[in-house]
Structures are given as C-alpha cells and as structure tokens.
Design a protein around this ligand. Structure first.
Ligand SMILES: O=C(O)[C@H]1O[C@H](OP(=O)(O)OP(=O)(O)OC[C@H]2O[C@@H](n3ccc(=O)[nH]c3=O)[C@H](O)[C@@H]2O)[C@H](O)[C@@H](O)[C@H]1O
Length: 433
C-alpha cells in the first residue's frame, strides 16, 4: 500500500515531473478549496451561533428588565430623593429588609432625624406580605422609598450604589425564625449566606466603601449555659441552622473586614418584639390565637422547666442600631483593596431581664382581657434553646445603649397597635374566658 507521502510525491523522477507538479497543484488546489470552504462554513456557523447567543441574551435581559419591578427614570428619582439627607452631615443609608419589622422602625428613626434612607426588600411570603406592604406604605408617607428587590441581585445592588453615595448599609434582610429552618433550610442559605456575600461583594467594590451594620442574633450562643451571655462566650455550638447561618455571617463579615477593609458591626438581637412586629413570633401568634379563641401551644423545657427569653422592645433595639451607625468608623478600602485595618465589632442588644414564656402569656392575657387556652407541651427538638439572657456591658460602654422598656409596658404598646391595626375594639373590664 502506498503511503500518503507517495500519493502526493510519487517516487518516479524525470519527465513526469511537470505532470506530477500539475497533479500536485490540482490536489493542493482541491484541498485548499475544500479547506477554504470548510473555513467559510466554520465562519458562518460561528457567526450564526454568536447572533443566536446575543439574541438570547438580549431577550433574557429585556425580559428580566421588563419583569423586574425596578428601573426607569421615575424609580431613580424616588431613590435619589429618598437617599438625600435633610440635615447637614447626614448619612445616606441603604436599609435592607426595610419592609421587615426592625427595618421599618430603623428606617423611620433615621428619616425622622434627617438622614437619607433607601430601603430594599424582596417582600417574600414567609409571613403575610400585606403587613410588609402596609409598612412600606407607612415608610413612603414619611419619605422613605423601599425598592422591591433581592439582596442576591448584584445588578440591582450595583445600580443602587451607582445612583446613591451610600455611606452606611444597615443590613437587616434575612430569613428569620429559629424553627422554620427545619422546614426550609435552603431559604436560610439563600438569604443569610449567599445574600450576605453578594451584598458584601458590592460593598467592598464600592468607592467609597460604606460601613456595614447588620443583624446577627442571640441564637449564636446556642448551647452556651454561662449567663448572662457575653460577647466573649463561646458561639461555636449553634442549636439551629438559623443560628449557624448567623454565626457564619459573623465570620464572613470578618473575612471582608480582614481582606478588604470593610468596617462591620454585628448586632446580636435578643427576641425583639413590639408594634408592627413579626406574625411568626410567639408574642404575636399568641395574641392572634387568644383573640380568636384558639389554643396556644406553650413549650416547656426538660424537667418541666419554663423556657425564658430576654425579650427586647423594638424602640430599644432601634436606639442600638442608630448608635451603631453613628459610631461606625469609615471602611478603609478602596477599589476593592484594603488600605489599613478597619473596625470589626459585635454587640449584644438585649434587655438583660429574661421573662418566662408563661409569664409572657399572663401579661398578654391581662392586656387583651381574654384568658388563653393553653396547651403546654415539651419543647420539640427543633432548634429552640431553653433561655437567653444578654450581658450588654459592651454595648452600654461603647454605644451608650440602655434599654428602658420592660415587657409589661412593651406588650401594652404592642397590644394597642395590634387591636388598632387589625380593627379590634379595645375591651374594657376583666378577663373574658
Ligand atoms: O433572639 C433571636 O435572635 C431570635 O429571636 C426570635 O426567636 P425566639 O426567641 O425563638 O422567639 P419566638 O419564636 O417568639 O419564641 C419565643 C419563645 O416562645 C416559645 N414558643 C414559641 C412558639 C410557640 O408556639 N410556643 C412557644 O412556647 C419559644 O420556644 C421561645 O421560648 C426570632 O424569632 C428569631 O428570628 C431570632 O431573631
């Protein structure tokens, strides 16, 4: 059999050289012609693929734009107005989770004293979104615009930072609730881990970088038994996935502080309650059930020990948040690079006087003037801890934090709001069965 080389360059020399040369030329020409045809086909296919891909990306981005509830000149105008401070030296704060319980109160407090505030909230349906919409409407009437969007949306965050010179981020958007993590673990990873990282990525790249104050949780103390809980105590034994994601948040913010010079402050909130609160929390759902004549389930710990929480009134928490923003030092990085060491802080924001769950129910019964139908059951093993109790000496010394509302007074204010918001007539007289 002849080799390929022999086919192209036959071994017989002499007269046949020219013929051979012609043959070779023809063969070369044929092969060149087929190569260039292939090349043209390849070019054509590449062009076709490129136009298909750019068409797809155009359709994707236009549909994303059309489906998104953000964008447009009017939207940008509202953001700029909302973010503009009305007092000299005022801050421009991006409040994530602004239509949430704590977010609404902090946004209002900032706006009232003349800071610029832009809210961000995804209005998810973890609990009744109509309550979030009502909070949004209330904020709007006070000049705070709440953007509808998710902290996982980098494009939206970039846009907000391009529109507003954000000096501070008050990051309160999160998947809350200790026991719900058993049902929907992915939502905690999505909001409390992925969302946090997305937000920090944008913050670290912003120029200037904002200072970040964000909501951690008393739940990070987990199985800690040393009371009261101090920021110096162990927090490496979380009892729920919720707690684990909040603890992870403290470590993730440390990384951004260390590498990029972001100024970060984590606030460990202790069971916050009050008007405009969260319907998934015990004080809120107990109130609803008591008024509707439905039973409430009261959990009890091992050996029939009552569970207790360091319930903290919303106005005290707001003071702690605002003081944290006021004392936050500037971030030190720029262009995504650290220029020097930056502030990294963690504070307990609690009330320092735990109250048992049955005592909470007694107070509600008195304020509602209705007797609760109690079902006492052993605490299910779904992430709860038996008690919480904050040591607030660091917050006191460094933020001037000093809670002033006890559970009796705080629940009275909550009940007043609840009855009015849900259209109940306040009852007079003694307890009804
Ligand atoms: O400090 C926090 O970081 C967390 O506080 C809050 O968690 P918790 O302290 O668990 O509040 P909450 O659910 O009101 O239960 C209060 C008590 O009632 C008991 N409880 C609860 C429900 C019920 O049906 N029966 C009952 O006895 C229950 O066993 C508990 O002893 C926030 O939800 C959470 O998002 C996080 O911010």
């Amino acid at each position: 059999m002849r080799s390929m080389e022999e086919e192209l360059f036959p071994s017989t020399p002499g007269k046949v050289k020219i013929e051979r040369a012609h043959t070779i030329n023809r063969q070369l020409h044929r092969s060149f012609a087929s190569t260039s045809t292939m090349f043209l086909w390849a070019l054509f296919l590449i062009a076709l693929t490129a136009s298909y891909l750019s068409f797809r990306s155009f359709v994707d981005s236009s549909s994303r734009y059309l489906n998104a509830s953000w964008g447009g000149m009017q939207w940008e105008k509202q953001i700029r107005e909302s973010a503009a401070a009305s007092r000299p030296g005022g801050m421009s704060v991006l409040v994530t989770g602004a239509a949430g319980f704590v977010g609404t109160h902090v946004s209002l407090a900032l706006r009232r004293r003349g800071d610029g505030v832009v809210g961000l909230d995804n209005f998810n349906n973890y609990y009744d979104p109509s309550l979030k919409k009502a909070r949004q409407a209330m904020l709007q009437s006070h000049g705070v615009f709440v953007v509808e969007g998710d902290i996982n949306d980098t494009r939206l965050l970039d846009r907000l930072f391009a529109l507003v010179p954000v000096t501070h981020v008050m990051h309160l958007a999160a998947q809350a609730g200790v026991r719900y993590a058993i049902e929907n673990p992915a939502s905690y990873v999505h909001s409390n881990i992925a969302g946090l990282v997305t937000l920090l990525e944008v913050c670290k790249s912003a120029d200037p970088q904002p200072a970040v104050v964000w909501a951690s949780s008393s739940s990070v103390y987990g199985l800690n038994e040393k009371v009261p809980f101090s920021e110096l105590d162990r927090t490496d034994r979380p009892a729920s996935l919720y707690a684990a994601t909040k603890k992870a948040g403290e470590e993730i913010t440390h990384t951004y502080n260390h590498i990029y010079g972001l100024s970060t402050t984590a606030l460990r909130f202790f069971t916050v309650y009050g008007p405009w609160g969260r319907p998934d929390m015990a004080y809120f759902s107990f109130t609803r059930n008591i008024l509707q004549g439905k039973p409430i389930t009261v959990y009890r710990g091992k050996d029939r020990v009552d569970l207790a929480r360091d319930f903290t009134y919303i106005d005290d928490i707001v003071k702690g948040c605002v003081a944290s923003l006021d004392t936050a030092e500037k971030s030190t990085g720029s262009g995504g690079r650290k220029r020097g060491p930056a502030q990294y802080r963690i504070y307990n924001l609690g009330n320092t006087s735990p109250v048992t769950v049955p005592a909470l129910v007694n107070i509600l019964e008195r304020h509602l003037k209705v007797k609760a139908k109690k079902k006492v059951v052993e605490m299910p093993g779904n992430g709860d801890v038996p008690f919480t109790h904050a040591n607030i000496s660091f917050a006191q010394a460094e933020l001037g934090y000093k809670p002033t509302t006890n559970l009796e007074i705080g629940l009275k204010k909550f009940v007043k709001w609840y009855l009015s918001y849900y259209g109940y007539k306040p009852r007079s007289g003694s307890l009804a069965a």
